[in-house]
Design a protein around this ligand. Sequence first.
Ligand code: PLP
Length: 386
Amino acid sequence: MPTEPEIIYLDNNSSTRVDPEVLEEMMPFLTSRYGNPSGSHRFGTRVKEATNLAHERVAAMLGCEPNEVVFTSCGTESDNAAIHSALQMSPDRRHIVTTSVEHNAVLNYCEAVVRRGSQVTVVPVDEQGHLDAEEVEAAIRPETAVVSVMWANNETGVIYSIEKIAAICRAKGVFFHTDAVQAVGKMPINLARLPIHFLSLSGHKLHAPKGVGALYLNKRARFQPLIVGGPQEGGRRAGTDNVASIVGLGKAAELAVKTLEEENSRVRALRDRFEKTLLAELEDVQVNGDPRARLPNTSNLAFTGVDAQAVLLKLDQEGICCSLGSSCTTGAIQPSHVLRAMHFSNERARSSLRFSFGRFNTEAELDKVLDVLPRIVRKLRQLVAT
Ligand SMILES: Cc1ncc(COP(=O)(O)O)c(C=O)c1O
C-alpha cells in the first residue's frame, strides 16, 4: 500500500485519523464476520452482539441508556433526523429556533424546511462567538417545534450554555436538539442530568471512520424516523447496519472516555503553546472566539494583512495541514459564515485560519509549525508591503 508523505495534521476538527485500536476491532467485520446482524442464524446474532456492545459503549460515553443511541450514517443525517422528527411530531408547530453559527447540516436543513412552509428564527452571536440564552428564550413562540443549538462550534471551538438552553426548552415545552459533533470526545458529557431530546455526533471526529454517526434519542421523546424501511435500530433508522463502522464508533467512544482527561490536558497544552508563541512572535494576530470558553484543541487565528489562503498553500507545501476561515462555494472563496456572524469584516475572515489539534500531534510537530508559520506570515506581509 502506498504510504502518505510525512504530514503534520492540524485539521482534526475536519476529520481525525482512525485510531489503530479502532481499526483492529473493525477488521473482523470487514473480513470473516460478515453476517447480517438482523439474521436469525448464530453467525448473524454474534455480529448483533458486537453492535449491541457499540450501543453500550456510546451510551457510556454520553451517560445515557444503550437503546437511546441510534446509529446513523453521519452527523449531518443525525442533525436532519432530529429536526425532521420534531417537526413531524408537532404538526401544528412550524417554527424552528437556531443560531447563526450552526454547521450547514442544520442551517441548510432549516432552509430546506422553510421552502416547505416552516419558519426559522436565527439567533445571533456576539464578537466573542457567544450566544445569549435569554435571546434564545425570547425567540421561542407558541408555534415553535424545536430549538437546535450546537454544543461547541467547529470553527472557533466556542462552547455554548447547553444546560441553560435545555432547561429553557423544557420549561417552554419544546423539543431541544444539540449538534454535539465537535463536543463529543473533547469534553465530558452526561445526558443523565440534562433535559435534552436529541444529540448528534459523528464518528470521524473522534477517531472512528467517516460515514458513521449517532443520534441520541431521549427515551421519552416521541420520534418519527427520517429513513424508513426495515426494523433496524428499533425501527428508528432503517437500512442494514454499517457493522464495521458501528463497531469502530463503539471502540472510539470507549477510548474517548478512557483518555479524555489526560488527552485533553496534553492537547490543550499544545494548543496553548502554539497560540502563546505565535502571539509573542508576530504582531497583529487575533484569536477568534472567546479564549475562556473554548474546546481545548481549537485555535482560530486572524493574521492581519495576509491572505489566509496563501498561508494555507505555503503550509501545505511544508506538509502542514490546517483549514481556512472561509469556504469555497461554487468556485468562489466565501468568508466563513461563523466569523461573519461574529461581526468580523470580510478582511478579518479572509485572514483567518483554523488549527485543530488532536490525539496524534506531538511537541516535535509543534516545534516545526512554530518554526515555519511565523516565517511564512512575515514573508507574505513583506510582499504586501512592497
Ligand atoms: C458541528 C458539526 N456538525 C455537523 C457536522 C457534519 O458531520 P458529518 O461530516 O459526519 O456529516 C460537522 C462536520 O464538520 C460539524 O463540525
